[in-house]
Write a protein that binds this ligand. Structure first.
Ligand code: F6P
Length: 548
């Protein structure tokens, strides 16, 4: 692609940014009574309100020009056509095939993957139902009551987040556990009090070589062998991986190995057999609803004009802030306790995908790329870091997420939750002027000296942008929709930034160094030569304290 096509829209956006300098979001509302009507998109179950963002009609038109100049429509078609959109790993990125519920052909390198995808999905869901219904049992003939997913990154965050989000749909006789950290405390705490003969261990790893996962899986197998005997491993373990030989070498039989493919990125894999723990918990029918939610968004992304295409709008607004306002951080605040892990899930999705500084051709990228994302559930977040969001020197655009109806909670408490969510987005936008503060203090009978001292502290500048995702309810379908919206947002951003969102080379160096340092941590005798003095000094102190 000729990136010079982008010069004109980029230049126009720079100029528009300067023009917009003084405009306030509240002022934009005052000028435009149709602002909410025209600045939201209502899907069947999710309403995306972007009217409290720092954008006007010109901004959107120019951002859409930018997307077209970046050949978004062509790149989107290439993604769905199974072209090599991940060139550094020579792979397509076809996670959409995993949520294709109709089986319409989707090709990777020209070959229709759907027959294999559907067959694997049937195998995985049949197994999930058998575990759930007690037809598949542990070595001692006991039905499973606990499912322990051992995996990390994309082999953990998706199923862990979704299992919590959909906990009201999880069968009450089942408990789902997730072990990720190489810190042995994670596995030890999970195993504490667990009836091993009723526990199914799912080793989830695309590569089946990841240090954390293989360490935890080996440790779990040792515990099973010690307590139940070597023969029990076959009954208590299963695996999800692309690596057939490694799975077999671990002692897991073919019928307990659920496959996926190298064209599924780890952070896009929750739709595959990596979702097995979730499928066991919520059952096959609900899991298919989850896939259906993702598929609905694929159609929306493919077929809806760019101007009302939700992932496109999400991405373009993100680019507007990142590249034209220099906002470095974005917050995602779910007003939903069960979406507690959603920000962590998005951190991998967004930051591992778009945290890049080389473009598709390997050249340095001139603009800023992926934002730093963080978040915690509201209302807890209000009592922790919202102070900075309201009055700090950094502007942090916020995505609020909230459901109209609770899944299984007190409706009165839910009204309070909703009110708080709406109040925060309004407060960020409106702020409170110094004059308003002074008037209020005067009305409370505060003296003039005290008013002068307090007013600057109580003033909120406002004009802080946020978007709102209002979900009808949190259920498998809407969760699937939500995840797919963010996945495609990440893709659209990557197109404009011209980066590969499907590789993650930046995590490799740390892994290599850890492998090099592990023997030095363990062995007091090994020389510390060749290390920087900080690492050597820390290792020496560790050895002294640990008495090795
Ligand atoms: O952290 C890097 C990474 O490769 C992630 O992209 C991936 O989700 C995670 O490690 C786990 O990898 P695997 O599923 O191969 O164990």
């Amino acid at each position: 692609m000729d990136r010079s096509d982008l010069s004109e829209p980029l230049y126009a956006l720079e100029a528009h940014r300067t023009d917009m300098g003084e405009a306030t979001i509240a002022g934009l509302f005052a000028k435009d009574p149709r602002r909410f009507a025209d600045f939201h998109v209502a899907l069947d179950d999710i309403l995306f309100d972007f009217s409290k963002h720092r954008v006007d009609r010109t901004t959107l038109a120019l951002l859409l020009d930018l997307a077209r100049a970046a050949k978004l429509e062509e790149r989107r078609a290439a993604l769905f056509a199974g072209d090599i959109v991940n060139p550094t790993e020579h792979r397509p990125a076809l996670h959409m095939a995993l949520r294709n519920t109709r089986g319409t052909p989707m090709r990777a390198a020209g070959v229709d993957v759907m027959p294999e995808v559907l067959a694997e999905r049937r195998k995985m869901l049949a197994f999930a139902e058998d575990v759930r219904n007690g037809r598949v049992r542990g070595a001692a003939g006991e039905p499973f009551t606990d499912v322990v997913n051992i995996g990390i990154g994309g082999s953990d965050l998706g199923p862990a987040m979704a299992s919590e989000a959909l906990s009201p749909f999880v069968a009450p006789h089942l408990k789902l556990h997730f072990v990720a950290n190489v810190d042995g405390a994670d596995l030890a705490d999970t195993l504490k009090g667990l009836a091993l003969d009723r526990a199914l261990f799912i080793v989830c790893s695309k590569t089946f070589t990841t240090l954390e996962t293989m360490t935890n899986a080996t440790a779990a197998r040792e515990v099973v062998v010690a307590k139940l005997g070597g023969a029990a491993v076959a009954a208590q373990f299963c695996a999800v991986s692309t690596a057939q030989r490694e799975v077999a070498a671990f002692g897991i039989a073919e019928d307990r190995h659920f496959r996926f493919w190298d064209w599924v990125g780890g952070r896009y894999s929750v739709w595959s057999s990596i979702g097995l723990s979730l499928a066991i918990g919520i059952g096959a029918a609900r899991f298919e609803e989850f896939l259906g939610g993702g598929e609905t968004i694929d159609r929306h992304f493919m077929e809806t004009p760019l101007a009302c295409n939700v992932p496109v709008l999400m991405a373009l607004i993100g680019i507007w802030y990142r590249n034209f306002w220099d906002y470095v951080v974005e917050a995602v605040i779910p007003y939903d306790q069960r979406l507690r892990r959603f920000p962590a899930y998005l951190q991998q999705l967004e930051m591992e995908s778009n945290g890049k500084s080389a473009d598709l051709a390997g050249a340095p990228i001139e603009s800023a790329t992926g934002a730093i994302l963080f978040g915690e559930p509201g209302t807890n977040a209000q009592h922790a870091f919202f102070q900075l969001l309201h009055q700090g020197t950094e502007i942090v655009p916020v995505d609020f997420l909230v459901t109209a109806a609770p899944t299984a909670a007190d409706p009165e408490q839910h009204r309070l939750l909703l009110a708080n969510c709406l109040a925060q987005s309004e407060a960020l936008m409106r702020g409170r002027t110094k004059t308003e503060v002074e008037t209020r203090l005067r009305a409370q009978g505060v003296g003039e000296d005290e008013i002068a001292a307090l007013a600057p502290h109580k003033t909120f500048h406002g004009n802080r942008p946020s978007g709102m995702f209002l979900l009808r309810q949190l259920n498998p379908r809407t969760l699937g929709e939500l995840i797919a919206l963010y996945e495609h947002k990440v893709f659209v951003e990557s197109v404009v930034w011209n980066i590969d969102p499907f590789d993650q080379w930046g995590v490799e160096l740390g892994k290599e160094l850890a492998l090099r340092l592990a023997p030095l941590v363990a062995d007091k005798g090994m020389p510390l030569d060749g290390l920087d003095t900080s690492t050597a000094g820390l290792l020496a102190q560790l050895r002294r304290w640990n008495g090795k």
